[in-house]
Structures are given as structure tokens and as C-alpha cells.
Design a protein around this ligand. Structure first.
Ligand SMILES: [Zn+2]
Ligand SMILES: [Zn+2]
Length: 244
């Protein structure tokens, strides 16, 4: 199974990196973990046909993580229609916000502009879900105080990926990373701690406790990029393909 890093930048596109999006390619499934505004263009750079996309699984509803969904909708409406419905799964409020964003970006007039065939699915913390046959176990992470931010493990064909979403460091990752094939961990900062994001110092203190087979740091901000040469963990880059 392959994971294509479509975007490993933060909300500000630090270092010229695309915003959050990761494409998981299995033999008969293709799905996105998050869909930042740059996801469709980055997917086209991989050469993989966007019509093959089965599902988009969203960790939370910040613009750098879900703002790219409307571009997939117009792709399917006007460029290359997709035969089967796209599944968009995410925390409660996903359908409402995705529909609102699409209307703001491409709606017009008084009637609601129709989406291409789409099925929405709500992910509830600690309730296992099947998204097009992909097993998803969502859990709540400390990133927002009012709305729900999720991390999740996804399992398909015996392989498991852990995605932290956006989150401050939490002990939950130690438990969730056990036996995981690939842990994709947000690490926006090196030592600063502005807001609810992880920093490398907290992560470094826990590296020896993480029992995932591979660890990749992502969602990198300017401070992390300035310290890239000093890190004891692998760092994502746009266009990188990771086999697991
Ligand atoms: Zn973010
Ligand atoms: Zn966020």
C-alpha cells in the first residue's frame, strides 16, 4: 500500500508546501486523509485519476484540512464525471460545512447548487466506522475547544495508518501507535507552543515510547522547517510516496 504526501504544509503554506492532504492507494481503494485547498492539483501531479477516488476522510473542519473538497465537486460536475458517489466522512457538522463552502464558492442565485453524487458520513469519537469498506476508528484530539477535532486509525487489507489530524501532543498517541504500520503526526512547531498544535520537543521526549513501525512528521510550520537538519524523525515532503 502507498501513501502519497499531497500536502504537508500548515495553514500558511509555509516553505511553499501544499496544505494538508494524504492519498492512500491500495489495490482496489483510493482515499484521502484530509483535503486541503491544494489537494486536487497535487493529486493531478501524481498522475492518478481523481475519478478513482472512493472517499475523503476529514479530521476536522479547518480550511487547510477541508477547503479542497469543492474542487473535487466541480471536477466531477464539469470535467470528468465520476460513476459512483464520493463518500465524504468527517466529524459532526461536515455535511453542513461542506455544502455551505460549495455554495459560497460556486453557488449562485437563490436555489442551492446541486453536488455531484456524494454520500456524507459522520464519524463519532470512539465508534468504529466502515467508510467504503475502510475501517476507521476515530478519536477526539486536543486541537479545538468548541468543535470536535479527530485523529483516527484507518485499516485496510491488514495495514493500519494512524493520523493525528491537528493536535497538541497527547498520551493517546502512545496507545494508538502500538503496532501501527505508519504514524502520520502533525508537528507544526519546533519548541514554540502557540495554540493547540504539537511541537517537536514534546514529540522527541516520547519518541522511544512510540511503537509504530514508521513515523512521519507533517503539517510543518516555519520554525520546524528552520530546524529540519536537527530532527531525529523522518519529515514529510510534498510528492513523497511512502510504502508500508
Ligand atoms: Zn491545520
Ligand atoms: Zn486545525
Amino acid at each position: 500500500m502507498n501513501l502519497h504526501i499531497l500536502g504537508c504544509g500548515d495553514a500558511f503554506g509555509s516553505g511553499g508546501r501544499h496544505q494538508s492532504s494524504y492519498l492512500v492507494e491500495a489495490s482496489d481503494r483510493l482515499f484521502l486523509l484530509d483535503c486541503g485547498p491544494t489537494a486536487l492539483l497535487a493529486m493531478k501531479r501524481t498522475g492518478i485519476d481523481p475519478r478513482r477516488l472512493d472517499a475523503i476522510i476529514l479530521s476536522h473542519l479547518h480550511g487547510d484540512h477541508f477547503g479542497g473538497v469543492p474542487f473535487f465537486f466541480i471536477e466531477y460536475l464539469y470535467q470528468r464525471p465520476k460513476r459512483d458517489p464520493l463518500v465524504v466522512a468527517g466529524p459532526s457538522g461536515t455535511e453542513e460545512k461542506v455544502r455551505q463552502l460549495f455554495q459560497l464558492m460556486y453557488g449562485g442565485g437563490s436555489s442551492e447548487k446541486a453536488l455531484p453524487p456524494t454520500c456524507f458520513q459522520v464519524l463519532i469519537p470512539d465508534e468504529p466506522a466502515s467508510v467504503k469498506g475502510i475501517e476507521v476508528l476515530p478519536f477526539r484530539v486536543p486541537h479545538q475547544s468548541h468543535e470536535i477535532s479527530l485523529g483516527f486509525t484507518v485499516r485496510y487489507q491488514g495495514k493500519r495508518v494512524l493520523f493525528s489530524g491537528d493536535s497538541k501532543w497527547t498520551e493517546i498517541f502512545i496507545e494508538k501507535a502500538r503496532g501501527i504500520d505508519l504514524f502520520l503526526c502533525e508537528c507544526s512547531f519546533y519548541s514554540q507552543q502557540p495554540g493547540m498544535h504539537a511541537n517537536y520537543h514534546d514529540l522527541q521526549a516520547n519518541l522511544s515510547r512510540l511503537e509504530s513501525k514508521q513515523l512521519i512528521l507533517t503539517h510543518l510550520g516555519e520554525e520546524m522547517l528552520a530546524h529540519q537538519g536537527e530532527l531525529a524523525a523522518r519529515v514529510a515532503a510534498d510528492g513523497m510516496v511512502i510504502e508500508f
